[in-house]
Ligand binder design. Structure first.
Ligand SMILES: C[S@@+](CC[C@H](N)C(=O)[O-])C[C@H]1O[C@@H](n2cnc3c(N)ncnc32)[C@H](O)[C@@H]1O
Length: 365
């Protein structure tokens, strides 16, 4: 049942308006209007190959870009104006041509680069499609499951997270979990919980040929995609993916259990970590990757906190609300996460590494 709004507008005091503050706020809002309009345009540029056609290609007219990408020049002309106003492409009034700086081309087109960010636009656009459902959630308190989002979210998440995993997982995250690399080299049994499309699982499996990997997720289409990826990579004998909830994934005696950007999505994170606790071998390690967040609420009032708290409202918190009693939120503090791990039985849960976008935690039995 929808809750009726109880808020009444009162005019008991006359506000004192600072015109400069108002002006400057409007300037900020116009900037945000532009960013909001540019998000679908950047997604279009990615999907239609406009960025790829401009990458390392020198200056192009709208007509040349349209020809190269088999698109309509009238649309492309307007798109380029938006992109130049956004600072994504540069324009030369002398020859009326647009160019994509090489540095921007790396971030927008080079898929294996750790700087590749364009998948983020796909995630943002997919999440924005849920606005009506989320508004309903504000009124009713209902949640929305991960699997109920537009299908583009799942591919977008794979594309958005993969560069960071490629750039950090083997280089700094696993080495920060004391003893984990040694175990993986010697041959370990690993569970990747909430594995999604299995990007993290596959990166670890390729690096550690003596180890065996089991990926679990309760979203069937993601598991199908993960199994497809793994067959393509020829890793099928050492890596398998199975539909399973984080509270009931099968197997015991794991040397390492990992959670990549998913513990905060779970409605029963304590139940899931209890399952991990009992499924770990006596000396097994827990590794949890979570989005970067402040140790206090106000430490999230920055660009990264703005992104993650946005995702929290549109996707992560609604999934947790829909699936259990506990909603950590995407910007859960270290203390809130540690409390969950302690409730599940772990004796310690410590931040051992970080990037501007991620925190890495090591849990011990
Ligand atoms: C943001 S995605 C991250 C996916 C993947 N770990 C990665 O880093 O690419 C969160 C994942 O957690 C999964 N998930 C959420 N709650 C779950 C639960 N209770 N049991 C199993 N998987 C869950 C979702 O289906 C989704 O694939």
């Amino acid at each position: 049942m929808e809750k009726q709004s109880q808020t009444a507008v009162t005019n008991e005091t006359t506000p004192t308006i600072d015109p400069q503050k108002l002006e400057s706020f409007l300037g900020k809002v116009v900037n945000d209007f532009g960013a909001a309009f540019s998000a679908p345009l950047s997604y279009i540029g990615d999907k239609l190959g406009l960025y790829k056609a401009m990458a390392f290609a020198g200056p192009l007219t709208p007509e040349e870009l349209a020809h190269k990408t088999d698109t309509d020049a009238r649309y492309v002309r307007e798109w380029l104006i938006n992109q130049a106003a956004s600072g994504y492409v540069e324009y030369s009034p002398h020859n009326k041509k647009y160019s994509l700086p090489d540095e921007h081309a790396i971030a927008l087109t080079v898929e294996d680069s750790p700087y590749y960010v364009v998948g983020g636009f796909q995630v943002i656009n997919a999440m924005n499609k849920a606005d009506e459902r989320i508004m309903q959630g504000f009124r009713t308190g209902e949640g929305m499951l991960w699997g109920e989002h537009h299908h583009s979210l799942f591919q977008g998440t794979e594309r958005f997270f993969k560069p960071s995993y490629l750039g950090n997982l083997l280089q700094t995250w696993l080495p920060a979990v004391e003893g984990a690399v040694e175990k993986l080299k010697n041959g370990a049994k690993v569970a990747d919980v909430g594995a999604g499309h299995g990007i993290s699982t596959t990166i670890m499996a390729k690096a550690f040929p003596n180890s065996r990997f089991y990926g679990f997720d309760n979203h069937q289409p993601s598991i199908e995609r993960a199994n497809h990826n793994v067959q393509q990579d020829g890793l099928g004998e050492r890596v398998s993916f199975e539909v399973a909830s984080a509270q009931k994934f099968p197997g015991t005696g794991y040397d390492l259990i990992t959670y990549f950007d998913c513990l905060h999505d779970m409605g029963d994170p304590v139940g899931s970590l209890q399952q991990a606790y009992q499924a770990l071998a006596p000396n097994g390690d827990l590794m949890v990757i979570e989005p970067m967040a402040g140790r206090t609420t106000e430490e999230n009032f920055n660009p990264v906190g703005r992104v993650y708290s946005g995702a929290s409202v549109l996707c992560c918190t609604p999934n947790a609300i829909a699936s259990g009693p506990y909603a950590l939120g995407t910007v859960a503090t270290d203390d809130a996460l540690a409390e969950v791990a302690m409730k599940a039985g772990f004796s310690s849960f410590t931040r051992v590494a970080e990037t501007p976008f991620n925190r890495v935690f090591h849990g011990r039995k």
